[in-house]
Design a protein around this ligand. Structure first.
Ligand code: ATP
Length: 692
């Protein structure tokens, strides 16, 4: 792979084709990205592709970004393609002249709908009229038309658009990626972060960069490696920060193209009313004592960790209210009761705000908390105030925006003070999370508080740093921490030479950091005590069962997710914890010939050959005895050892995590972190008896 050769190829193709950038250019980028598992190469491919577009056809950049991220709009826009598998099959049959049996045979062989389209297109007898090349803009507009056509006749309209796209696809690869786009499974390992990095770098090459624009694009190549790395890093951080505050490419891309990755981007494309910011996340801790050690010398707030649904509430000067979920979906219609509370909770002097809290099902009479399952009984749409059966209370925990001003950079103590002094509690409907301020010296009271949280059926506690600086009267030596959770020097056993990302030491702040999982927010859950730790893994493959289980898939191969590369790294096989009924439904779900069974995917890492590969589409919560180093499984390889990955001993299925998408499955970094913690506890690098 040679990035500059690829860029040259793009330019020359374009020169011959003329007009707006063709879909063939994008397809070529997809093919290259698909051919590698190296994130560096994927980023390089995208950078080169985007550069060529920025320089030659900037109006195609935005549609290309949407197509590459396999979406058409931000999550809160609720635009969906709404195409069923049958619609794609119908189009494939019609355009490629297949009958049902022919299509089924191709599905059985390839699994993936895109691969079926590829084969079908290759076999198609030649067409008399060569279609005009598809353009990036045209394909994106077609998808938008599919998503926006509503009402009577819309299915036919959608079908026509799909068929036209397939008809106009020029080569087999174009057909493959059109279909993968339509089924929303592009499989090129370009996760959100990859795209943001690629955008930042591509723009650097076409815009002046540097704090005072001293560095011109053509000079980038002449910089020393570390100088270039710093410029890249600053640009990437700005673009990521902007996206975390304002996750909409429709705003980010044009602004970035205009002003480059400068601080100004955060002003023009930062926190905005009625656009959800990506939430700050909590880091896991094993238990209270680990939490107390981590926050030694600091003032912190312990809060009940309620078992409900996270909600971000936006309200503007005109009293318009929007409520967003943890995954940025609009759920204003789900909670009309919360919307109707806003005039009462908004105290004097508050004109606009963004606050965050946990919505919990409660008993209206007693105010007692009810389990999460009760909340799931509430409908998602068109909930009428008069029909509400599941009563809720919003327990607010943060204030991110007030009267036109973002508060993200203020210390948590100040944000909380503003929240609690300017808003009004309404018992059993709206209030503050129960909390207690403490320092590490207060271990007894913290323990009591933790127990009280468990008594009222909370999941545990969230512990949040209150200030940016250590407490005035405490001697501290750990007020400066790595951004990653554990430093390797803390590891007692050095038999395995760990490879750790170079991390910059940063002071631990109490600011609100959208989309980041830092140690200024720690979670202590009741079931973190060693063996009851669980992981959220993705089932990726299976083997034919033996004996009684011959009708089913058993064992099943599970993977963690590498957020850097988008690769799913196999971590364990599991054959325990499943009921026969579960085995049966799992076999039906991943039946041969179904779209859930695919050919060996390029984005999965596992050296063995399972009997069947699953389309990764769900997350399973798994228990296990401990984590072991493994010569077989590639999970987290390079993070704790260069040669070995990590695996689980005695893995046991607990439940399907209906509430999690595969993007939220346990990451390889997190697995590595748990392993290090286990090492700290036990002081040994076990490699014993992993199952499978
Ligand atoms: P994460 O949200 O961290 O990715 P997850 O979805 O598995 O992980 P948990 O690990 O259970 O969630 O914990 C984080 C969630 O806890 C928050 O997203 C929020 O919904 C909920 N929560 C409950 N009480 C609080 C609180 N006091 N402060 C912050 N979050 C809280």
């Amino acid at each position: 792979f040679d990035a500059s050769q690829y860029a040259a190829e793009l330019r020359s193709r374009w020169a011959t084709e003329g007009g707006d950038a063709s879909y063939a250019l994008l397809t070529r980028a997809f093919v290259l990205a698909n051919a590698t598992t190296s994130r560096i190469k994927i980023v390089d491919t995208l950078v080169n592709f985007l550069r060529v577009l920025i320089e030659g056809d900037p109006s195609s950049v935005l549609p290309a970004v949407w197509l590459t991220t396999n979406s058409i709009s931000p999550p809160y826009d609720e635009l969906e393609l709404g195409l069923g598998g049958s619609s794609i099959s119908k189009a494939l049959k019609k355009i490629y002249g297949l009958n049902s049996q022919g299509l089924k045979t191709l599905y059985d062989k390839h699994g993936d709908a895109g691969d079926v389209a590829f084969e079908a297109k290759k076999r198609q007898s030649f067409t008399l009229v060569k279609p005009k090349p598809l353009r990036i803009k045209g394909v994106y507009q077609s998808l938008q038309k599919v998503a926006t056509s509503k009402g009577p006749g819309s299915q036919e309209t959608k079908q026509r658009i799909v068929e036209k796209l397939l008809q106009d696809a020029r080569g087999a690869e174009e057909s493959r990626y059109i279909v993968r786009t339509l089924v929303q499974n592009l499989r090129i390992g370009a996760v959100k972060t990859t795209m943001l990095i690629a955008l930042a770098r591509a723009v650097l090459y076409s815009k002046p960069v540097g704090a005072d624009f001293e560095v011109r694009p053509h000079q980038l190549a002449r910089l020393k490696k570390d100088e270039l790395a710093e410029i890249y890093n600053n640009a990437e951080e700005i673009v990521k920060a902007s996206y975390a505050r304002h996750p909409n490419y429709n705003d980010l891309v044009p602004c970035l193209l205009e002003i480059g990755p400068t601080e100004e981007l955060l002003v023009r494309c930062g926190l905005t009313m009625h656009i959800p910011l990506r939430p700050m996340l909590g880091s896991i801790t094993r238990d209270l004592s680990e939490m107390l050690t981590k926050l030694q010398g600091r003032d912190f707030s312990c809060e009940y960790k309620y078992d409900g649904q996270r909600a971000q509430v936006h309200c503007d000067e005109q009293w318009k209210v929007s409520i967003f979920s943890r995954h940025l979906e609009l759920m204003t219609e789900k909670y009309p009761d919360l919307v109707s509370l806003v005039p009462q909770i908004r105290g004097e002097g508050v004109s606009s705000f963004i606050l965050e809290g946990e919505v919990v099902a409660v008993d209206r009479e007693t105010g007692d908390l009810k389990p999460f399952q009760v909340l799931t009984n509430r409908a998602k749409k068109n909930v009428e105030l008069g029909d509400i059966k599941v009563n809720v209370c919003l327990f607010a925990f943060d204030l991110m925006y007030l009267n036109g001003e973002p508060l993200l950079d203020r210390p948590f103590r100040e944000r909380r003070e503003l929240l609690r002094s300017l808003f009004v509690e309404i018992p059993k409907h709206f209030g503050w999370v129960k909390s207690m301020d403490a320092t590490s010296a207060d271990s007894e009271t913290v323990l009591e508080f933790f127990k009280s949280a468990i008594d009222v059926k909370c999941e545990g506690i969230m512990v949040k740093l209150l200030d940016n600086k250590p407490s005035a009267n405490t001697q501290v030596n750990n007020n400066v921490r790595n951004e990653t959770a554990t430093t390797i020097t803390e590891q007692p056993n050095q038999q395995v030479k760990p490879k750790e990302k170079a991390t910059r030491r940063k002071p631990l702040l109490s600011t609100y950091e959208p989309d980041k999982r830092l140690e200024s927010w720690l979670k202590v859950k009741k079931d973190y005590s060693t063996s009851s730790e669980t992981l959220d893994l993705i089932p990726i493959a299976g083997w034919h069962g033996q004996g009684r289980k011959a009708k089913w898939w058993s064992p099943i191969l599970l993977a963690v997710r590498n957020p850097e590369t988008g690769i799913l790294e196999a971590v364990t096989k599991c054959m325990s914890g499943f009921t026969d009924k579960f085995y049966q439904s799992n076999k039906e779900k991943y039946a041969h010939g179904s779209t859930n069974v695919i050919s060996r995917p390029s984005y999965v890492e596992y050296p063995g050959e399972p009997d069947v590969w699953f389309e990764p589409c769900e997350v399973w919560e798994m228990a296990f005895a401990d984590i072991t180093l493994s010569p077989t499984y590639p999970a987290a390889i390079g993070l704790v050892s260069d040669e070995r990955g990590l695996s689980l001993r005695f893995p046991r299925f607990i439940k399907v995590r209906e509430d999690k998408s595969i993007d939220e499955a346990t990451s390889s970094d997190y697995l590595a972190l748990l392993w290090r913690k286990q090492m700290e506890r036990t002081g040994e690098a076990g490699e014993a008896g992993e199952v499978g």
